[in-house]
Design a protein around this ligand. Structure first.
Ligand code: FE2
Length: 274
């Protein structure tokens, strides 16, 4: 081990360790995680609640509730990555390592999401918004059932795109997905069809992208946070054009298939379904 570099075995953190495959990736994840650490307690300490208006309260309350669903997302990613990893051990060891790295990443993602949830839900309490009852927390925490790994990754990434657009759009009025879906497509073991199917689910007319703005929101077992936003009088922070563009760019990143409209997503998807 190159990091132990004197007779007493003292560890010198400045010495580059040898390249070790999965352990090397995990170290990079740890470094990245430490690099972007921040404190929810300090963040809230700097907020002047008197400067926040009624619309701000509505946004904070909605997104505090939405963030409750990120823990089951990351928990699901951890469980699914490990079971998928075990499927490929001995058959495609590189893919097995990618999946294990993905499962390991879920612990940092979960920890980061804990900050988002805590900041928004606690701020919502500081602002005396409608309390989030225990039964709501329990309902929002339910873990989705198992699905194809690539579909799961792509759905979680689109959910993050939606959150990014909402947050930046809200910030103008008052996340790196961290998910290596590309490696799954490159392995040849996961079909890009899954990516197009999930993209289509979101961008089709009346699709998931339009969330609670749709005339009819499906009744389903699990909570999709975008179905449950209640903006009351506040302006919706949607920017469907930007959301679609980011989704199209992400489809191309992962599959190398260029798409520029909801119709093209549908066409490419139908061609693959055959
Ligand atoms: Fe978040």
């Amino acid at each position: 081990m190159s990091v132990i570099n004197d007779e007493a075995g003292t560890v010198d953190p400045t010495v580059e360790p040898s390249r070790d495959g999965l352990m090397d990736v995990i170290w990079e994840q740890q470094r990245f995680h430490e690099h972007r650490r921040w404190s929810a307690v300090e963040f809230l300490g700097a907020v002047d609640t008197r400067s926040l208006g009624e619309n701000d309260r509505t946004y904070v309350w909605n997104f505090g509730r939405a963030e409750l669903t990120t823990k089951p997302g990351a928990d699901r990613l951890a469980r699914l990555s490990d079971s998928e990893c075990r499927k490929w051990v001995g058959k495609d060891d590189v893919l097995a390592s990618v999946l294990q790295a993905c499962g390991t990443w879920s612990r940092y993602w979960n920890e980061e999401e804990a900050h988002h949830e805590s900041v928004l839900t606690h701020l919502s309490r500081m602002l005396s918004c409608e309390p989030i009852r225990d039964d709501v927390v329990i309902r929002y925490r339910e873990i989705f059932g198992d699905d194809d790994m690539l579909r799961t990754l792509f759905l979680l990434a689109i959910s993050e795109i939606n959150a990014t657009v909402f947050y930046t759009s809200m910030a103008s009025k008052v996340k790196d997905e961290g998910l290596r879906a590309r490696a799954l497509v490159d392995s040849g073991k996961y079909s890009p069809r899954s990516v197009l199917a999930v993209a289509h689910l979101f961008v089709r007319p009346g699709g998931e992208l339009y969330g609670s703005a749709r005339d009819r929101v499906e009744d389903r077992r699990h909570i999709n946070w975008w179905d449950h936003l209640e903006f009351k009088g506040a302006e919706r922070p949607d920017d469907h054009d930007r959301q679609r563009k980011l989704i199209f760019a992400f489809v191309e990143d992962v599959t190398s298939i260029a798409v520029n409209s909801a119709e093209e997503v549908e066409d490419r998807w139908l061609e693959m379904v055959g």
